[in-house]
Design a protein around this ligand. Structure first.
Ligand code: NAD
Ligand code: IPM
Ligand code: MN
Length: 354
């Protein structure tokens, strides 16, 4: 039994999580997995009505009672300081110590890439984004707020332990999945303390994996290279903020935010799955959000939960939907969120036939 906590959240979050849940139910009906879902109301509405962002009680329930959390997105203009989103999303990442943010970028259909050079070249790489340190810890301060001498400091934190475990996870993944190269994305030329540590640790860990090639690229050149030769990458490991930026860029290379799943993981302990995209307020309520990123995130959850056949069938059903033109507008179609989700769920349920 895979116990799943659902946090639909804000904006398009509930719209896409509803479809992912439909697909999970289809896996169950098809006898591919046993799944128990429990919904949590946390998000902007819940915060504005109750004052709760994510209480210690809720946190403990999420920590102790589930094999995986599936989150839609958090972010709402009625909470301008983003407090609830920080407490819920970053709170879970930090408090559950989900140090791996696994963000695959795979071109599922050549025509989905905006790149001319993508034609006929397989794009298939994974970003290992460090998820508990960097500029995201909140460390820092504002001095003399509102005065001419105002000064704001945000500290980037890197620890040897924190860097080593994400770099090692990237190499272990490369070894397990037969990937031949791991690339570090950094900025050691301009930010020597933090990225000097990254480079030293990366070089040490790389030395333990002689069968895997490794290289270090400054992130600006890496971004350029991602557009120029995206098929040359296999595994990219990088810091929290750089990984955030690179993963939106990477999503766009393979069809956009509507297709990009992610997993926040502390292996063997806790995991939170979510689309890379946010609450997309510009299209929320229009019924046009692409549910595929959420559905593919659910597939990552199924795979980690041991339901490999279910995960395979969900992924092949997303591929079939794309091939058959069962697409929302972001990927060139005219179908609705519900139509796409229903079609994928039905295909999962009927054994993978169209
Ligand atoms: P966004 O990812 O929500 O949207 C960026 C663009 O992508 C928009 O044009 C949007 O319409 C489009 N898009 C996103 N998801 C889509 C989907 N499923 N189908 C079709 N198009 C889609 O980024 P943003 O606008 O910068 O952020 C909106 C809010 O979401 C902010 O409050 C932000 O902090 C938050 N956010 C939350 C998460 C999360 O909870 N994991 C992630 C990113 C952003
Ligand atoms: C993401 C999001 C979050 C991040 C925001 C909402 C804090 O952009 O998951 O990519 O920066 O990590
Ligand atoms: Mn992001």
């Amino acid at each position: 039994m895979i116990r799943v906590a659902l946090i639909p959240g804000d904006g398009v979050g509930p719209e896409v999580v509803r479809e992912a849940e439909r697909v999970l139910v289809a896996c169950e009906t098809a006898g591919l997995a046993r799944i128990q879902t429990t919904a949590f109301p946390h998000g902007a509405d819940h915060y504005l009505t109750t004052g709760e962002t994510l209480s210690d009680e809720t946190f403990a329930a999420l920590r102790d009672g589930f094999d995986g959390i599936l989150l839609g997105a958090v972010g709402d203009s009625r909470v301008p300081d983003g407090r609830h989103a920080r407490d819920i999303l970053l709170g879970l990442r930090f408090r559950l110590d989900l140090f791996i943010n696994f963000r695959p970028a795979r071109l599922r259909l050549p025509e989905l890439s905006p790149l001319r050079c993508a034609d006929g070249r397989p794009i298939d790489f994974v970003i290992f984004r460090e998820n508990t340190e960097g500029l995201y810890t909140g460390a820092g301060r504002v001095e003399a707020e509102g005065e001419p001498g105002e000064r704001a400091v945000s500290e980037a934190i890197a620890t040897r332990r924190g860097v080593e475990r994400i770099v090692r996870a990237a190499f272990e993944f490369a070894r397990a999945e037969d990937r031949s190269r791991v690339t570090l994305g950094d900025k050691a030329n301009a930010v020597p303390h933090v990225y000097g540590l990254w480079r030293r640790v990366f070089t040490e860990v790389a030395g333990e994996y002689p069968a895997i090639q490794s290289d270090m690229q400054y992130v600006d050149a890496l971004a350029m290279q991602l557009v120029r030769a995206p098929d040359s990458f296999e595994v990219i490991v990088t810091s929290n903020l750089l990984g955030d930026i690179l993963s939106d860029l990477s999503a766009e290379l393979v069809g956009g935010m509507g297709l990009a799943p992610s997993a926040n993981v502390n292996p063997g302990r806790h995991a939170l799955y979510e689309p890379v995209h946010g609450s997309a307020p510009d299209i929320a309520g229009t019924g046009t959000a692409n549910p595929m990123a959420a559905i593919l995130s659910a597939a990552l959850l199924l795979r980690d939960g041991g339901a490999v056949e279910a995960a395979d069938r969900v992924e092949s059903s997303v591929d079939a939907a794309l091939r058959e033109g069962m697409r929302t507008p972001d990927v060139g179609g005219s179908r609705s969120t519900v139509e796409v989700g229903t079609w994928i769920a039905e295909r999962v349920e009927n054994g993978g036939r169209l």
